[in-house]
Ligand binder design. Structure first.
Ligand SMILES: [Zn+2]
Ligand SMILES: [Zn+2]
Length: 317
């Protein structure tokens, strides 16, 4: 065998080894947990010992940015598809069956193509727009467990506790999703009704932290904590209307979001778990599209070309 051939065979082997390493999963499970309307400034004021301990222990940014419009369904769609609304085209914010389902790949559909399992546990019915058949193995909106007339009365959302309880019971029953999304709604509901940063909303953040504790206990009890990364984030922040705006329309909500202002656009982005740099402030700018890309990268799945999001590799060892 000539030297050049040997040499190129060695080179080829080296390239293959590098490629295999690059695609090796860094973790077995990624859990993305979204606090609806989770504005960092209000989190700072709230009693959230579980959330704050994970932020301190892990890698964190309090200055991540969501997309415009900074509203629930478009923002979560970007979080879970890795692309902005210019590409995913979900600009409405309700469950509208007539609009159909998301038409771009999601973190779930790409994970499924690579043989992984997927799950969503959500507090708002509108997430059904992301539940494309064959892509989400387990989709739980706990309201569906209620009788149909109660569902109509309860409308479109449930609080964090039943969502966390549904997640815990699924894990206790043996579910081990590779990529899993969990959504808590209370913080947004209280923000609209009483204002962002109101005492009532601060209480809602504490309720969601208790739900996070249920989730974390379930992950530990299932033996998954050492092989997982948990991402804590939000779809948008929010702001309270001025006294004049409230006076002009006394029946309207006290709080809102959807504008291109820092109060509405700024979200937390925290990674906790296997391989995460401890006690680390992530220096790079983070956008919500980066969440889906980071989840795939952690699981060893190539991030699709054309995604706006990029893995937040700086958060990991
Ligand atoms: Zn929202
Ligand atoms: Zn809202």
């Amino acid at each position: 065998m000539s030297f050049p051939l040997k040499c190129s065979a060695f080179f080829l082997a080296a390239v293959l080894t590098t490629a295999a390493l690059a695609d090796a999963p860094r973790v077995a499970h990624v859990f993305i947990i979204s606090f609806d309307g989770g504005k960092p400034a209000v989190i700072a004021q709230s009693e959230m010992p579980v959330f704050k301990a994970m932020a301190a222990e892990g890698a964190h940014s309090w200055e991540a940015q969501t997309i415009m419009p900074s509203i629930t369904l478009p923002s979560h769609t970007s979080m879970l598809t890795g692309v902005t609304p210019l590409k995913h085209h979900i600009l409405w914010n309700d469950w509208k069956p007539e609009e159909g389902l998301v038409k771009v790949p999601t973190v779930f559909s790409v994970a499924k193509q690579h043989g992984l399992t997927t799950a969503m546990f959500v507090g708002k019915v509108k997430f059904k727009h992301l539940n494309v058949p064959g892509t989400v193995d387990t989709f739980v909106f706990p309201l569906a467990d209620l009788p149909v007339d109660a569902q109509a009365a309860e409308k479109s959302k449930v609080e964090a506790k039943p969502v966390a309880a549904a997640f815990a019971s699924a894990l206790a029953g043996g579910l081990k999703p590779d990529v899993c999304f969990i959504h808590f709604s209370d913080t947004d509901t209280a923000g609209h009704k009483y204002g962002w940063g109101s005492p009532e909303q601060i209480q809602a953040f504490a309720h969601c932290d208790a739900a996070l504790q249920i989730v974390m206990r379930a992950i530990r009890a299932a033996g998954l904590a050492d092989s997982s990364v948990i991402i804590l984030t939000a779809d948008h922040g929010g702001h309270t209307l001025t006294a004049e705006q409230q006076k002009a329309n006394p029946t309207a909500a006290k709080g809102t979001h959807g504008l291109a202002i820092p109060e509405d656009l700024t979200i937390p982005w925290i990674a906790w778990g296997k391989g995460v740099k401890p006690h680390f402030t992530i220096p790079r700018p983070i956008g919500t599209c980066d969440t889906a890309a980071t989840a795939l990268w952690l699981l060893g799945v190539p991030v699709p070309a054309g995604w706006d999001g990029k893995p937040v590799t700086a958060a990991f060892e």
